[in-house]
Structures are given as structure tokens and as C-alpha cells.
Design a protein around this ligand. Sequence first.
Ligand SMILES: [Zn+2]
Length: 90
Amino acid sequence: MMDEYLGNVLLGWFHTHPGHTPYLSDIDLKKTHELFYTRPFQVAIVLDTLTENFDTGIFSRKKSGQVNNKADFKHWVAWKTIAGHLNNMH
Ligand SMILES: [Zn+2]
């Protein structure tokens, strides 16, 4: 993959939590994020597909290195709003 996409970097990863709200579980953090996405710009996107607008958390790292999680957010991003904006750009 690295040879095929030379010069590109992995920005992060994405998964869904249907009906469980967006957050990073202990397993998400220990088995994925803290193993493969440790660079300061890498994010985890978690989407709850059972909410009306697909509530989405985009979790980055704090300056301390700690990963933002559910407790750091008051409101979620509405995935359907983002997708609508992207569709309007065509
Ligand atoms: Zn998860």
C-alpha cells in the first residue's frame, strides 16, 4: 500500500457505532487508535447510523497527546449535513 500510494499519508480511520453514540471504546483505543494512528494529525471518525442525521464524532489528539473522546464534546457533527455540502460542490 505504501508503495502504491507513495507520498500520501493516512489521515485516520472510520467506523460505526449503530445505536451507541459516537465515542472511542477501550478496545478502539488500545487495539486500533493507539497502535496505528499515533501521529498528531491522525483522527478517528465514529458515526452512529441509527440517529436521524448520523451523529458523528471526529476525534483528534490534544496537545498533551491524549485522544479526545465523548466527554470532550457537547454536540456531534451531523454526517448527513457534511454529505449534503459535499454533494452540492459537484
Ligand atoms: Zn468503536
